[in-house]
Design a protein around this ligand. Sequence first.
Ligand code: 2P0
Length: 333
Amino acid sequence: MKIVTCIAPVNIAVIKYWGKRDNELILPINDSISSTLDANQMCAKTTIMASPNFLDNKLWLNGQEENFDQPRLKNCLKEIKKRIYTDESKENIVNWNIHICSENNFPTAAGLASSAAGYACLVFALAKLYNIEGDISGLARRGSGSACRSIYGGWVKWCKGEAADGSDSLAVQLAPPSHWADMRVIILVVNESRKKHSSTNAMKTSMSTSTLLTTRAETIVPARISDMEAAIKAKDFAKFADLTMRDSNQFHAICLDTYPPCFYLNEVSRSIIEFVHEYNDFKESTQVAYTYDAGPNACLYTLENNVSELLAVIDEVFPTNAAREEYIKGIPV
Ligand code: 2P0
């Protein structure tokens, strides 16, 4: 028997991925950039056991047994097995059945990048199990697009690539976490329930109905990606924050332009957006940026020296549990 256990953190996109040019290979229509959070905070933990005595493959997610026959899991396994070095003279682990047990320490499918952490962790664990070397972001991408970014720490770009077979649609690290050591992310959990529209289905509908989406991917994102890379390199928080907030807003505008529309933000999300702009105006400098994925929960980027005052003000402005049903965390990038 062989057992491996791995953890992988979530990543929070600052230039968003939305829309695929190939649904099967999970190839995006634009580059995206994210930061991967500290591994000790919000993460997926996966244990994989392989044994010649297991009669079946099995999968448990957050303690519940799930069907192993899932297309994305199958795709990941198929691609991984292509990269396994097999030694015919030895008993071959690749033929053993596996048991996969994965759990998240944060709300699943509430727009908090749970599939990203989950598939990054799964692929990383499988790579360890089968001793696969080299870049595995392309393997993680086959599980969930955004998962390829969680393979690396710090600031990460998912290059959309040009090849029809997806061979160059990979993640690269732009800078390690130490580059911007005082960067922090605060997650305001507005609602923990599962989202109504899965990202996969919603982005498919956006691709077929939103006229804004192509314009975004072709004419807006390329410039934003290079501006964001420059802002991160220079540790220019004001520029970084401006691009992050505009890109979040544009992503949600695309969701509204999708037909029928996808409403991910709620009243509390919108009041947090207003709060952030008012806070920055009051401070006469940009101290905090919001970004929202496919859900109502706010991710706030700020620098370490602002965290305690900002959390105190958030406590004042949102005194009930409205914006903080469960917890607020200051998470180092
Ligand atoms: C992102 N999101 O860049 C964007 C922002 C949500 C909003 O990546 O179909 O779960 O598995 O590739 O990766 C969510 O998309 O979708 C996502 P699939 P995924 O983080």
